[in-house]
Design a protein around this ligand. Structure first.
Ligand SMILES: CO[C@H]1[C@H](O)[C@@H](O)[C@H](O)O[C@@H]1C(=O)O
Length: 671
């Protein structure tokens, strides 16, 4: 049960509704009150929920002016001669967020007196993307079947929908895309619109809007048209009437998410129209209703056959300035595909006239699925904190909050890791990745460590927090080390995307093969993205391009992403490139052993069910980290012919053994 409750554990020994005053009742404030009633510690005597325009609040002259429509202010004040904690904001939604902020403050050790909290979200659309299929499966989902029970919708309102909305509201998420970007047109038919409408009804009081992924060719499949060409008036008319139909059922429908011309999906390029033509046509269908279009930049284009990392930039950068006002371009955090480490996507900072919405993958397709422990806070913040070099001191976070360029829209998307598993996310620690995404979407300037601590204190006994944070913080780097150190990427098994397979070279598209990415030969390893190679570095700002041009000034963590270097290349660490690789593979495996030992010490303070599952998963992770290390070293040694550094344990099996061990089936694997 502790796992099911996520970070929202009940704390009040007895319900405390009489301690919570609501000045102007409403559905949202009733929810806020219920949340407080269930979790307010006994140390708090009185809380008042009131809008900022309430005369008694106005009278207090609090700094509420810049709160916007979602920001909150929580303060210990005196009202009618008595001390109370006032939760206020310009809207009921803001007060709901403020109530959760108060609970978070108290649950993470904050004092019950002298409270002064205030926060306004930096990003407007804070959205989970579900890759949930209409058959109940979840693409790249490792937490069981889809939460949406399409069979019993629209009639049955599974209580899980409410639990889901509560959890999201508690961290500020205000949108959810219900269906997979690899979309079926059926999701836009009347029966599915009705199902989506029920979910929207459940989510609405929690401030969460529903969006749908739209299949670009739906006018052909559903409308019987001959074409889906965005410039064809009949196509535009079909989408307008489809949008009208959706808005009749869901008046506050958020809009469409579109994956076009990528991995077999239809799109405007099929008709020699641009991505802007496609996005704008859809944008005009939802604009009269206040909807938006989130158009993905994750494309496969034939523009840059020599380097997949360049394609999105080549295709989208020239379109800057040609998107309608209600379009956001959704850009993956890195230029390839959610790898354990990638440099930030060069589009960030390069399309100032377009709101860019970063897309992170909370579900860990390339970082050990749900089983391995990998806290993604450091991955998210590494990208958000990266300097774009386009303007002085501009970070990726500064680009996406849209302020510098006065964008009316801003957004951040995370591919959800949620399913019907008892613990929601496949493991207790994966809940932290959902949590961290929400907190960073609200404020991309937060620190990964602070978020980890917050989550740990709300999820476990306070005595576990230090150790839990100590486990979490280096955990993602451990995965990087044992799967692909020093900027290597895309070395995983085919289609399942699980386990090591750096040797694979026979897949139909060259850019699906691990050998395309590592380019190892007898002399060296790495992808030359400098001017002597694909020149992908030219897509970055000149100051960054200069830094990436030289292996001496390229960060070690990204070295082989940008350079092809001799195995014997001398690094600043004092080791050769080969020795450093071996060292890092070993460090990754060792880090898992440390996490397992740390977890052992927590047995007395963690409930048996959650303790046992994590302990078992850490054993699996240990075995698989070793597998990655051994298989990778066996393969690299077969290519470079080099010995292992003195004292290093050789791989437990020979290369052929690892090559025979392919994982053909995996959860969420569409292939
Ligand atoms: C939804 O498809 C996914 C696909 O399963 C996944 O392997 C890849 O990472 O990215 C695609 C995308 O982001 O569109």
């Amino acid at each position: 049960e502790d796992g099911y409750r996520l970070w929202l554990r009940q704390q009040a020994p007895v319900p405390a509704p009489d301690r919570i005053a609501v000045t102007a009742p409403s559905p949202k404030l009733a929810l806020a009150r219920a949340e407080l009633a269930r979790a307010l510690p006994a140390t708090v005597a009185s809380v008042t929920l009131a809008r900022s325009d309430d005369p008694r609040v106005v009278h207090l002259r609090l700094p509420t002016r810049s709160l916007g429509d979602e920001g909150y202010l929580v303060r210990t004040v005196t009202l009618d001669g008595a001390a109370t904690i006032l939760v206020t904001g310009h809207s009921d939604r803001a007060i709901l967020y403020g109530s959760f902020a108060l609970l978070r403050h108290l649950a993470t050790g904050g004092a019950a007196s002298g409270i002064a909290l205030s926060s306004t979200p930096r990003v407007k659309l804070r959205v989970l993307d579900h890759w949930d299929n209409l058959d109940g499966s979840v693409e790249r989902g490792y937490a069981g079947a889809s939460l949406w029970d399409w069979w019993t919708l629209p009639d049955f309102r599974d209580p899980r929908y409410t639990d889901y909305a509560r959890a999201n509201a508690s961290i500020g998420i205000n949108g959810t895309v219900l269906n997979n970007v690899n979309a079926k047109a059926d999701s836009l038919t009347a029966p599915y619109i009705a199902k989506a409408a029920t979910l929207a009804d459940v989510f609405r009081p929690w401030g969460i809007k529903v969006y749908l992924s739209a299949r670009f060719s739906a006018p052909i499949e559903l409308g019987g048209l001959k074409t889906a060409d965005p410039r064809d008036p009949a196509v535009a008319a079909w989408w307008r009437s489809k949008a009208d139909e959706i808005y009749r059922a869901i008046p506050d429908f958020g809009g469409f998410l579109v994956k076009a011309n990528s991995e077999g999906q239809p799109g405007p390029r099929d008709y020699n129209a641009t991505h802007a033509d496609g996005a704008n046509m859809l944008a005009r269908a939802v604009a009269p209703h206040g909807g938006v279009v989130m158009w993905r930049a994750f494309v496969y284009a034939d523009t840059d056959p020599e380097d997949r990392a360049k394609q999105a930039y080549t295709e989208f950068r020239p379109l800057d300035g040609s998107f309608d006002d209600n379009v956001l371009v959704q850009v993956k955090n890195g230029p390839i595909d959610f790898q354990p480490r990638e440099p930030f996507h060069p589009l960030f900072g390069a399309m100032p006239k377009t709101p860019l919405m970063p897309e992170f993958q909370i579900t860990r397709e390339y970082l050990g699925f749900a089983t391995h422990l990998a806290y993604l806070g450091p991955l998210f913040t590494e990208v958000l904190d990266a300097q774009t070099g386009r303007r002085p001191d501009q970070t990726v976070a500064d680009v996406i909050d849209g302020r510098a360029d006065h964008h009316a829209l801003s957004g951040m998307a995370g591919v959800a890791n949620i399913g019907r598993d008892r613990d929601w996310s496949g493991s207790t620690f994966n809940q932290a990745n959902w949590y961290a995404f929400g907190r960073l979407a609200w404020d991309p300037g937060l620190s990964a460590r602070d978020i980890a601590r917050e989550w740990a204190l709300q999820t476990f006994d306070a005595r576990a927090a230090d150790t839990v944070v100590a486990m979490m913080m280096p955990s993602r780097e451990a995965v990087v080390d044992y799967t692909g150190p020093l900027g290597l990427a895309h070395l995983m098994g085919t289609s399942a995307h699980y386990g090591p397979a750096p040797w694979v070279s026979d897949l139909q598209r060259p850019e699906w093969n691990p050998v395309y990415y590592h380019r190892a030969d007898r002399q060296g390893i790495g992808f030359d993205r400098t001017a002597s190679g694909s020149d992908a570095i030219a897509q970055y700002a000149p100051s960054l391009a200069r830094r990436y041009a030289d292996p001496q000034t390229t960060p070690l963590d990204e070295l082989l992403w940008f350079h092809h270097l001799p195995w014997t290349y001398a690094l600043s660490t004092g080791r050769t490139l080969w020795d450093e690789m071996v060292h890092r593979y070993d460090a990754g495996v060792a880090a898992v052993a440390v996490m397992a030992r740390e977890w052992d010490t927590l047995k007395p303070v963690v409930d048996a069910e959650r303790w046992q599952k994590t302990a078992t998963f850490l054993q699996i992770q240990q075995r698989e980290a070793q597998w990655w290390r051994d298989a990778s070293l066996a393969y690299w040694m077969s290519i470079n012919g080099l010995p292992l550094p003195v004292g290093v344990t050789p791989p437990a099996q020979d290369l052929a053994w690892f090559q025979a061990r392919h994982v053909p089936y995996a959860p969420g694997n569409p292939g």
